[in-house]
Design a protein around this ligand. Sequence first.
Ligand SMILES: *Cc1c(COP(=O)(O)O)cnc(C)c1O
Length: 406
Amino acid sequence: MAPAPVSASQSVLVPTYARAPVAFERGEGPWAITADGTRYLDFGAGIAVNALGHAHPHLVKTLTEQAGKIWHTSNLYGAPEGERLGRRLCEATFAERVFFTNSGAEANECAIKMARKYHAAKGHPERFRIITFEGAFHGRTLATIAAGGQQKYIDGFGPKVEGFDQVPFDDEKALRAAIGPETAALMIEPIQGEGGLRSVPARFLKLLRELCDANGLLLIFDEIQTGVGRTGKFFAHEMYGVTPDIMSIAKGIGGGFPMGACLATEEAASGMTLGTHGTTFGGNPLAMAVGNAVLDVVLAPGFIERVGQIALRLKQSLAELKDKHPSVIEEIRGEGLMLGLKLHTPNTDFVNEARAQGLLVVGAGDNVVRLLPPLIITEADVAEAVSRLDKAAGAVEASLKRPAAE
Ligand SMILES: *Cc1c(COP(=O)(O)O)cnc(C)c1O
């Protein structure tokens, strides 16, 4: 039997999360199911992680088969499944080199170290600064909170890691002014996730590429949330025709197994020589087997195109929902199956109302509610989600009409 849910006051877990009072025991495709059998339509997908939904047969089979062979060997020995996954990622992207990690933040740490080392190895150790953008989120390690630049994540954790300069979103003048003789790289999410589903304009991404080329800087894309098919492209930057030198990925590539990777051109990775970086778990056989299984599905002919089509359907329905509930929904944002409802009313209330309707969605910055469903959703799932969102918006509207004293 599943253990009973633990209340916040009884929990021994460090209380850094406001956990919803619901826990899941199992899942089936886009459905997450509690121990008592209550079914929730999961349009959060563990924050854009469960790209193929829950308990996908090919992932379950691959993971259990690998579990019966070997789990972990360390990076002291050859890694055939890692070589295979790395090669497939390179063949499907701009990349020529891959370093596997266990999480998104570690993929970004690798990207940051790689950019610094690139310049150091070329005789310019003074070029270590990285320019990032307001509203960014790059993870919760000491370096990545400095990169993200959000004061609430930085405060109280000692001196901020040196070497990150943040400029306003989509501000060419500020960006040009920030580039100096110590700048090593520019780092950006093509679509801000945690920041509230803000898409970087294509012309701004093109400008970043031009500025990097003109100044000998490396361009780093954080595609941890936008990657692996989520936007209707394998990686979001393909939509804009701008290619980075380094790219961090995680979330969807493991389909729920914790893993990430830093992808790079051979040139950008040229400073990362023997002994310069390492990880005990990164690239372990379980993770690599699952990553390969995720690619079996995502890179199968037609899969990503279908994501684009179903996403269009969802976006159209959301636009209708916005017209129906103008006092609640202000704007629809995002690309592919990474969509956001920018609200007039508090996003946390809406997330709770949606959950009361049996629909899981995720909050984001700028008062946005994120929809990050698994990429395998059907038209029926879209219709069901929209119907539940409609009810949730209706419940929020009704609460607006009630006098505050009640
Ligand atoms: C989730 C996320 C991260 C951090 O990934 P973790 O696996 O939580 O360390 C970094 N960047 C972006 C854009 C993300 O969405």
